[in-house]
Design a protein around this ligand. Structure first.
Ligand code: ASP
Length: 365
């Protein structure tokens, strides 16, 4: 019944392409999307071996999150486990493999949000913690605060008995070379970071709860305690059971200025009652001139096309402002997807209905 009502209403309000989509889609019980950064990622710049390595790590992270969701676990647990795998992998700019600051140190940022109660935790400019996402989560779960920074956050991490690492743990030869090149002025900061390697995950679990998380080393050569969007709730990360879960990657200053993650969720949340009203107007009248049925929010969802359009609109505004990058999204209706304005984005998505893909370049699914 729900499917029939939805399909009919979608057809009336959005046209026949949306109808086709609604007809073949049973709302997934769970869904997950992940990213490992966006940027100038094209086939000329990536060796076949790098391509294979990145895809296999993304697939491993996606599989770990999917398994938790398939077993009935929570969205927040799924994204935490997924992000830890990407943090531990040296190919990404998070945890091991984080970029270096101007002072040749690593200052990591991370955030996490649970859409079921809007609880959130974030850390900025930290080091010493093996998995910054666990520290963000500890802030959320075990402190009265949302955001901790620097030495205080490091101290909180030790008090929480999270795994500690020495300051050279994060370093890789590739990241060291990047900072040396930048400091020798061989390349500008923009060139060095044209391939952002921040990681993130968003999910909807089988209870209908949403979660989002992001982890990064920030921008190569950052100075003066610069903090990007990744640890900022509403900019790089947001989750709300009523609308969506978002994790971003790209030129953080622009994501902060637009409040990208919150903006997308807000547009989805505000669009919903409007779309229901439109659909209600299309409901056939009965003999006495009244609507033959009343649409309830619980039997209505935005179509894939409409969610994608909202995400694309916000990323277009980001681009117009001068920002590069992208986001991943999950919705309460089981959709999982991406929007980005760069040539590529390391990404993957999976749903309980068997959809599963890992992609790198812009022309892939
Ligand atoms: N958004 C991050 C920042 O500005 C960088 C990235 O996504 O790689 O710190």
């Amino acid at each position: 019944m729900f499917k029939a009502i939805f399909a009919a209403l979608t057809a009336m309000t959005l046209g026949s392409s949306a109808l086709a989509q609604a007809d073949k889609t049973d709302a997934p019980r769970w869904s997950i999307a992940i990213h490992g950064g966006a940027g100038t990622i094209n086939r000329e710049q990536i060796t076949p071996e790098q391509d294979r390595t990145i895809r296999s790590v993304l697939a491993k992270a996606l599989a770990a999150g999917s398994q938790i969701l398939e077993d009935g676990g929570t969205a927040i647990d799924a994204i935490t486990a997924t992000i830890m795998i990407l943090e531990d992998d040296p190919n990404f700019n998070a945890g091991k493999g984080a970029v270096f600051t101007w002072d040749r140190t690593n200052q990591l940022d991370s955030s996490i949000m649970d859409g079921s109660d809007l609880s959130a935790g974030a850390v900025a400019g930290i080091n010493g913690t093996k998995n910054p996402i666990l520290l963000a989560r500890a802030v959320k779960d075990h402190s009265p605060h949302v955001m901790l920074s620097g030495e205080g956050a490091n101290q909180f991490s030790r008090e929480q008995q999270l795994d500690q690492v020495s300051s050279d743990y994060y370093a890789t030869p590739y990241r060291l070379q990047q900072i040396e090149d930048l400091l020798a002025e061989k390349v500008s900061a923009a060139d060095v970071d044209y391939k952002f390697g921040t990681v993130g995950a968003v999910a909807r679990d089988s209870q209908g709860h949403m979660a989002a998380g992001t982890s990064t080393g920030g921008m190569t050569g950052k100075r003066w305690g610069r903090i990007g969007d990744s640890p900022i709730i509403g900019a790089g990360t947001y989750a709300d059971d009523r609308s969506c879960a978002i994790s971003a990657t790209g030129s953080g200053e622009y994501f902060i200025r637009l409040g990208v993650a919150h903006e997308i969720c807000t547009r989805i949340r505000m669009r919903l009652p409007e779309a229901i009203r439109e659909a209600q107007r299309a409901v056939p009248k009965n003999a006495d001139g009244n609507d033959s049925y009343v649409i309830h929010a619980s039997e209505f969802r935005l179509s894939d096309a409409e969610v994608q359009q909202i995400a694309d609109d916000v990323i277009a505004e980001l681009g117009a402002l001068g920002g590069d990058g992208g986001i991943i999204y999950a919705t309460p209706w089981g959709q999982a997807g991406y929007s980005f304005n760069t040539p590529g984005m390391y990404r993957g998505r999976a749903t309980s209905e068997g959809q599963q893909s890992v992609s790198i370049y812009g022309d892939e699914e």
